[in-house]
Write a protein that binds this ligand. Structure first.
Ligand SMILES: Cc1cc2nc3c(=O)[nH]c(=O)nc-3n(C[C@H](O)[C@H](O)[C@H](O)COP(=O)(O)O)c2cc1C
Length: 404
């Protein structure tokens, strides 16, 4: 089998330079990339850069190498088309099926998954014309990544920024891995908590845990590739914001509860992958706690934190909301997991065994997904995104069975 063929469409936005990094990631990870820039984009990055970095010719027009019929062949041969950045103009052309250059022709002839990463000023993004074009493209099966919020061209900030190239690459990787543009979470809002809470003792110390947030981030990335609108409530993670995800940063269990409840109000599914502290110090010392000569330290009194999983399971924002919990256990993993599923009242509980060097911070995981209908699905040791996909499979089954 040859290398997967990727078409990188580049349209005329200021973020075109970031597509060089995306191209690098794609070629270095073994993809055969054909860059198809628009004429406008060549004002930002020249053809020579694309040809040199990709090792393939980079043409903008259908009138070059006509004997190869590039306006048809490039799209037909592709395993994935990704347009980054996608301008407002490109989204409009794609939505209306215009075909006045090589990229727009390629979009019409491609039968593989198509990913758009829009980037533009907030006003252009929010304009009803753009929003309707995006809705049309999504309805037809394209994956349109929500732009990030941040610094735009010039001095303004807002929604419309191109997500980081490595995160667009992650979306491409997920879509290629799935081999389909099918989006069974399209139109769904999912809320995921990730990371580990920190409960402060004083301004410099906290009680924390070893959760890295990688499983929650894998859930967020895979949900984006399946078409969901994703809110990620991230507690003390040091990971880059996944593309297309609304990230809400929190520190403590109390903050996490507030953010999850707020986001869950219109969510179809809530997946509580964060390690939320059960207890917090009863008192917070406003200044750094000092060592005193000849005195033992005072014991730390703890109080219970709110049980967010139990609360959200008992008090769902709407009938049909699917709630998923995680159980990190060190002993009697399965028995403890079954008991926790009953106690918490969630629909699914993902049980995994943890230890100082097991699961936390690692790229792999192994788990059993327990369901309130009594079924138990073992997911063998493998990348955290494989477990994430298995969780979404169970969640989408719930959506369908509840509708039936
Ligand atoms: C400096 C500059 C920056 C631009 N940045 C963007 C942008 O980020 N997003 C966008 O949609 N259009 C942007 N435009 C406008 C597009 O270049 C213009 O709509 C063009 O016709 C797009 O052509 P294309 O879609 O064929 O590439 C920018 C224009 C200029 C001059």
């Amino acid at each position: 089998m040859g290398k997967p063929k990727v078409v990188l469409g580049v349209s005329g936005g200021i973020a075109a330079y970031k597509a060089c990094e995306l191209l690098r990631r794609l070629t270095e990870s073994g993809h055969d990339v054909r860059v198809v820039p628009t004429a406008a984009s060549l004002n930002f990055v020249g053809e020579a850069t694309w040809a040199a970095l990709s090792g393939n010719p980079a043409s903008t027009e259908v009138w070059e190498t006509v004997h190869e019929v590039p306006h048809v062949r490039i799209g037909q041969a592709a395993d994935l088309v990704v347009v980054a950045p996608a301008t407002a103009d490109m989204l409009a052309k794609a939505a209306h099926g215009l075909a006045d250059d090589l990229l727009t022709n390629t979009l019409l002839t491609a039968r593989c998954p198509v990913v758009f990463a829009p980037a533009m000023h907030t006003e252009m993004w929010e304009h009803p014309a753009t929003q309707e074009n995006v809705a049309v493209l999504r309805r037809r099966g394209a994956l349109v990544i929500e732009p990030a919020v941040g610094r735009l061209t010039g001095k303004d900030t807002g929604k419309g920024r191109l997500p980081d190239p490595e995160e667009i690459f992650e979306v491409c990787r997920q879509v290629l891995r799935r081999g389909t543009a099918e989006q069974d979470l399209a139109g769904r809002h999912v809320v995921i908590s990730a990371g580990g809470t920190r409960e402060p003792l004083d301004p410099v110390r906290f009680l924390g845990n070893r959760s890295s947030g990688k499983q929650g981030y894998a859930l967020a990335r895979t949900a984006v590739a399946r078409g969901a609108r994703v809110t990620l409530v991230a507690a003390n993670t040091a990971l880059a914001d996944p593309a297309g995800v609304d990230v809400v940063r929190v520190g403590t269990a109390v903050q996490l509860r507030e953010a999850v409840l707020k986001a869950a109000a219109d969510a179809d599914a809530v997946v509580m992958a964060a390690a939320v502290a059960d207890f917090r110090p009863a008192e917070y010392a406003g200044g750094k706690i000092k060592k005193k000569d000849g005195e033992d330290p005072a014991p730390v009194a703890l109080v219970r934190n709110p049980d967010v999983l139990a609360e959200i399971s008992a008090d769902r924002a709407h009938e049909g909301q699917v709630v998923v919990g995680f159980a990190a256990e060190t002993d009697d993993v399965l028995d403890n997991g079954r008991a926790k599923l009953r106690r918490k009242g969630c629909d699914l509980l993902v049980v995994n065994e943890v230890g100082e060097t097991r699961t936390f911070g690692s790229e792999e995981n192994e788990a059993i997904i327990l369901s309130s209908d009594g079924s138990e699905t073992p997911v063998p040791y493998g990348p955290k995104e494989v477990l994430a996909e298995a969780i979404w499979d169970r969640v989408t089954q719930r959506f369908t069975s509840r509708r039936a």
